[in-house]
Design a protein around this ligand. Structure first.
Ligand code: TXA
Ligand code: MG
Length: 341
């Protein structure tokens, strides 16, 4: 199959909608990462997503809608959901709610719940409106690769496997949406993202972060989200995170770097005096910038065959929590606390 990559003109959006309504797949930009979309009401199309990505069949998908009313048609949208949608939709917040029977079980990998989100990227919203159907869409990468934040990343992974990629430029947020479980008494963050637990708590009174989001699952502990069970993206090189006082972090990183072959440092703030002429990639001093740059940086490390990655851990506040979450998983929770060790 030939894959074409086109900007989001009216013609391209109506072609995309025709492909999706016909049971095919289209990659499209969202404000978080690129999604691989199919008609959520068409089981065969949904099955195609799993096949193309090589996604484990027990990992459920997120359903994208163009309004809160469209979300109400597919799940039991409670008052808390209404409050959160009012505050954060369209935007990077996915809500887990009881699934209505019209939504195929396969979208949710058989779970009684469904994940739903209204994205804010204009091309995504126009595509959803043109389709007139809810669109199931995981990130548009091959399973096990970093989520794509540019059309070229999608092409690298899915060239020849899908007919169309809508190019909307680099994604604003750069990390996947916050996944928030609303089926318990209090909201629980299953996957941190740009909408923070603090923001949710301000609106709902309380908000928890699931055990297992920021540490490895204990033996016998059940994963609140199937996505947590699966081996996450890991770079080709072995990654270690370092946290603590910036001077101690830099000194520990320099020591390991100088003994390693083919290493690269992933740093937050550009302070060349810290690392001298050692190979360093900067992802940005503020968490929003680090979020936006992270997956591009990880793809670059892989493309350059880096074997050892030494990474400054971002503070776990605000969006930093999401950046830290992805880095912890990429490093298989290999974290050195330089204030303690
Ligand atoms: O930003 C995003 O969320 C992007 C864009 C394309 O919208 N999508 C995305 O989808 O990241 P995906 O499939 O890569 O991640 C979906 C996550 C998985 O960790 C999955 O386990 C979780 O959401 N999930 C989906 N449905 C769920 C459910 N019913 N209960 C618990 N977790 C669920
Ligand atoms: Mg994904």
């Amino acid at each position: 199959m030939k894959t074409v990559c086109r900007p989001a003109t009216d013609d391209v959006l109506s072609l995309a909608a025709r492909i999706i309504r016909g049971g095919g797949l289209v990659a499209f930009p969202t404000e978080t990462v690129y999604g691989l979309g199919a008609d959520a009401l068409n089981e065969q199309a949904v099955q195609r997503i799993y096949r193309v990505k090589g996604r484990p069949p027990d990992n459920p998908l997120i359903v994208h809608v163009s309004s809160a009313d469209a979300a109400r048609r597919i799940c039991d949208f409670n008052d808390t959901a209404g409050l959160l949608a009012e505050a954060f939709w369209p935007g990077p917040l996915t809500l887990i709610l009881p699934r209505k029977p019209n939504m195929p079980a396969m979208v949710s990998a058989g779970l009684p719940t469904v994940a739903v989100r209204m994205p804010s990227h204009p091309a995504a919203l126009r595509l959803l409106e043109t389709c007139g159907t809810p669109v199931a869409a995981p990130s548009a990468n091959l399973s096990g690769r970093p989520s794509p934040t540019e059309a070229s990343h999608v092409l690298d992974d899915l060239d020849g496997l899908i007919p169309l990629i809508i190019d909307g430029g680099p994604c604003d947020v750069g990390l996947e949406s916050t996944v928030l479980d609303l089926t318990e008494r209090d909201p629980v963050v299953l996957r941190p993202g740009a909408v923070t637990p603090e923001q949710v708590a301000r609106l709902c009174g309380r908000c928890f972060v699931a055990g297992g989001a920021m540490r490895p699952l204990g033996t016998g502990e059940t994963a609140p989200s199937p996505g947590m069970l699966h081996r996450h993206y890991a770079p080709v090189g072995k990654m270690t995170l370092f946290k603590g006082h910036p001077e101690r972090v830099a000194s520990a990183i320099r020591k390991v770097y100088d003994r390693a072959a083919n290493a690269c440092i992933l740093a937050l703030v550009n302070q060349p005096q810290l690392y001298g002429n050692r190979r360093t990639l900067y992802i940005g001093p503020d968490p929003d910038q680090a979020a936006q740059q992270l997956y591009h940086a990880l793809r670059m490390l892989d493309d350059n065959g880096i074997e050892r990655i030494l990474c400054e851990a971002p503070p776990d506040e605000g969006v930093g929590l999401a950046v830290l979450n992805r880095l912890l998983r990429a490093s298989a929770f290999d974290l050195v606390d330089t204030d303690k060790d």
